[in-house]
Unconditional design. Sequence first.
Length: 461
Amino acid sequence: MSTTHMGAVASNLESQNINVGGRLDRLPIGPAHSIVLVALAFAYFFDMADYNTFGYAAPALMKEWNMSVSTVAKITTFSFVGMFIGGTLGGWFGDLVGRKRGLTYTTLAYTGLSLLNAFAWDPWSLGVCRFLTGVGVASLIVIANTYISEFFPPSARGKYQALSMTIGLCGIPATAWVARFVIPLAPWSWRFVFVWGALGAIGLIFIARMVESPRWLEIHGKSKEADNVLKGLEAKASAKNGPLPEPQPTVSRGEVATVPYTELFKGKYLGRTIVLLLAWIFQTLGFYGFIAWVPTLLVQHGFDIVKSLTFSSLMAFGSPLGALIASYVSERVDRKWGIAALTGLTAVCGLLYGLSFHPTLIVVFGFLVMVTSSCYLPLLYSYTPELYPTEARASGMGLTYGMGRLSNMIGPLIVSLLYASYGYISVFGYIATCFAIVCVAVAAFGPRTYKRTLEQISEGA
């Protein structure tokens, strides 16, 4: 397969040209889209909840198991190694078995593994559980992002990605407040926080009602199934909204060969992959350097566990607000410039947080970090799969997302070393620098995607 024509059509007979892209993109938002929104919002909610369970449980674990900050860093590292494996393999898995089936399997995996964390008996067993949970969580999120990018039209992709994450990011304050009231009850009650994360299995009820991605069906030689899915969607849309407009013509993809990861580093996709790797690596280091460490660092800074969790819980309310703002701005600006502007603001707020010592200022700047970071995240989640063709979309998303998670294998160790060597403020200087790198990389080299179809973006139109 040549790089210039990555994803070339193996068979492009006129009879196979069912115009999947054009037909999907002209559909009005309807019940099928609402089911997707609810299903993935459930997944995001408990996915985000699970991301933060250890961060909120860590202060209590340090006390019960007499753990050091270094041990907390190692357990967090195990989790992110699992996310790297899950993101990379999850993308490949989603391209192999399909988006709907992939979502079903990964939801089952991460909810079951999250529950397993509640039965850990020492730091090493918890580290293994966090590793396995990371595999499941990352696999799920990669496939979910891919599905949204393929199913929603260009004028609504960013908006509905942001809306699903608005609901999902409520999992952060919800988990914070569950931890706030549950953890102080008993030395062992941190276990209930992990049980809470396992409730994401409820999302399977809605995932079962989703249709398979017609774009995925088409490139896997299942044009008839894709056509049947589209006819069903079109019939429901016509019954509700009247005759549909004529779809814009697109070239039939036909059946496409599997794309190896090496293709993501060749030709026109090389630059895109490098930009996305920089964005995911440094936003992960910055975002999780902040969110995973704030409760623990506040305790180390002299606040007791209850005050630390209270401050963290108040800051966490900024997460859903940021994603809600993103739902309004994502289709009004090019995602490239939105990501650059918001990561720049996050860098400034993160630095001001580190320089603040009054409780009110700590909460205010922490809240602003959560707002701005949760505003750019939906844009980045939408932007990443848009830059790759259908046959490589989940793999490209998984590779870049997974490498971001792998980078955080050293992230906790960097935070631990900085804190021990240079103190509290140095940690937030490091966090601000990470966000500044994302800002510059995307602004300088990221391609534009504003209201372009996936076919136009993947071909570099």
